[in-house]
Ligand binder design. Structure first.
Ligand SMILES: Nc1ncnc2c1ncn2[C@@H]1O[C@H](COP(=O)(O)OP(=O)(O)OP(=O)(O)O)[C@@H](O)[C@H]1O
Length: 522
């Protein structure tokens, strides 16, 4: 039955499609079953919406009580937090842990173990860390804190695993987070007391920690009198004079150039100075594949304040590995064929592998002391070919000091001999005194000493002072002045690790052989 209203509605609907849709919906909903279904559907949607809104509101209320901080692997702050967590008692008590064979400075209760010399302290390096699968909850300065470690694989063909960590502290006070970071920094420093951390750059020109090396004592490096002491004093004095530099507007940086034949102790001296100064080492590999000026510059800018940067073999800049002017690939692929001027058939180009660096001389100079060069860092550049260095690199002020490392003098050779056969850890006298500690001696220590005694035949006989003087001077006399490197002498002595007398009787023969082979470098 059509009445006037229906006629009017249908006329309106004819004119407006949206009204037509509503009218159709009204007609469909006029069926009783469908109306019930629509009601249930709408109520369900409304409930789910309310639930979502509630969890968003709850999360934002909840997070307003927390400070959330994230840390990424490769960044120093990540390592600080790892050391702090490893030293936190909660990590020892935790029931879901990651165990790493690395010493983060945590102390564990002494557990008596039957051990021998081969299982000494250096083997007992391990740390407990929160696992990736569970969130660790702990307390910090009376605040509740949670730690979640995350491991993700980056996208792309060469996806690599990256670790990160998120901590939440129940506080709104940022100073709690700052305190935590300072504590973490101290925990890390304490765990690294005996070590120097070494960083190199990755393919993305980010710094990555690659190793922690034991500090090398400065006394173990034998140089001409005053050389290493002078370097150490100078570097110490520099690190303490930031204000002096700032007041005079002089860039607070110091560059040293260490030069001399291979194996004369340049790298060892830098490593040892880093330990003495408590600085980490950042190795800049100038001929790294794909490194260009902007990559080098970003590496230098990203150096932390107060660190040691090493550029080894800086002469590589002048031997064809680095370009002087333009950034163009320097190494041709081995099988590439150059263009024929006569227009002969040229084989299809072979894609050049990413070998060799694209760093230019100006890029290098800029990295050394340009505007972007990091303040407070000490740069050591080393070279075996001082004479080929570009004058621009050697101009006054660019390299603060040029320090020559010479081939071994007789004095150095004699001293090396003494150090090599000096009574030290595990020597007979030391073991005797350890074994006679009487009542203080523990069972495990006793077994350690007895194992040591068993292996005594592998140790050098203990030389008294007179014997040492005599053998060291015979050894030194047989070594020609400034003809052999300390590294080669050290290599020779390694062959007679436990036979100082043979080392002396055989030295002349060995020297003649080395000279005959032209090993001596001058
Ligand atoms: N003056 C030295 N005193 C003690 N050991 C030394 C000395 N010089 C070299 N050595 C030993 O020789 C080895 C090589 O030394 P190092 O790498 O420091 O030489 P380098 O001058 O840096 O050589 P290169 O120029 O090839 O890098 C090290 O194991 C080090 O212990």
């Amino acid at each position: 039955m059509l009445n006037a209203t229906t006629v009017r509605n249908s006329t309106l609907a004819d004119n407006d499609p949206s009204l037509a849709l509503i009218a159709l919906l009204g007609q469909v909903l006029s069926f009783p079953g469908l109306r019930e279904y629509a009601k249930i559907f709408l109520i369900g949607r409304a409930l789910s919406y309310l639930q979502q809104s509630w969890s968003t509101i709850r999360d934002s209320i909840w997070s307003s009580f927390f400070i959330k901080a994230s840390f990424e692997e490769g960044d120093d702050a990540y390592s600080w937090m790892m050391a702090w967590l490893a030293q936190h008692p909660a990590s020892r008590r935790g029931r879901d842990l990651q165990v790493v064979a690395r010493d983060y400075g945590a102390t564990y209760p002494a557990i008596p173990v039957e051990t021998d010399v081969s299982m000494n302290e250096s083997w007992r390096k391990f740390s407990y860390l929160p696992s990736f699968s569970a969130t660790q909850r702990l307390w910090y300065r009376g605040r509740h804190m949670s730690v979640s470690r995350i491991r993700e694989t980056t996208s792309g063909y060469y996806g690599r695993q990256e670790e990160s960590m998120v901590i939440r502290i129940m506080t709104t006070d940022h100073s709690t987070l700052t305190h935590l970071l300072l504590d973490a920094q101290n925990a890390y420093k304490a765990s690294q007391k005996e070590e120097v951390t070494v960083y190199t750059s990755d393919n993305y020109n980010d710094w990555r920690r690659v190793a922690s090396c034991p500090k090398r004592p400065l006394w173990s490096i034998i140089l001409d009198p005053g050389l290493k002491e002078g370097l150490l004093d100078d570097a110490r004095e520099f690190l303490e004079s930031k204000n002096w530099y700032n007041r005079r507007g002089i860039p607070f940086r110091r560059n040293y150039l260490l030069y001399g034949p291979p194996g004369t102790g340049k790298t060892s001296t830098i490593q040892s100075l880093a330990g003495e100064l408590g600085l980490n080492v950042y190795i800049v590999t100038l001929n790294k594949a794909g490194l260009d000026d902007s990559g080098l510059s970003s590496l230098i800018v990203d150096l932390p304040e107060k660190c040691i940067a090493i550029m080894e073999d800086i002469d590589a800049a002048f031997s064809g590995t680095l370009n002087r002017e333009e950034s163009k690939p320097t190494l041709e692929p081995a099988n590439s064929i150059s263009e024929t001027p006569q227009g002969g058939t040229t084989p299809p180009p072979v894609p050049a592998p990413q070998t060799g660096s694209k760093v230019t001389l100006s890029g290098l100079l800029n990295a050394i002391d340009g505007i972007g060069a990091q303040e407070g860092r000490i740069l050591f550049a080393t070279t075996n070919k001082h004479h080929v260095l570009d004058p621009a690199l050697c101009r006054p002020g660019r390299m603060y000091k040029h320090v020559e490392f010479k081939l071994a003098s007789r004095l150095q050779a004699g001293e090396l001999f003494r150090r090599f056969y000096a009574p030290g850890e595990g020597s007979e006298s030391e073991l005797e005194s350890q074994g006679s500690e009487g009542t203080k001696e523990t069972d495990s220590r006793r077994s350690e000493v007895s194992s040591c005694r068993k292996s005594r035949r592998q140790r050098a006989p203990q030389l008294n002072e007179a014997q040492m003087d005599s053998l060291a001077s015979q050894f030194a006399d047989a070594v020609p002045e400034r003809e052999l490197s300390m590294a080669s002498l050290q290599g020779y002595l390694m062959e007679y690790k436990t036979q100082p007398h043979s080392a002396v009787t055989e030295i002349s023969r060995w020297v003649n052989k080395e000279k005959g082979l032209g090993v001596a470098i001058g």
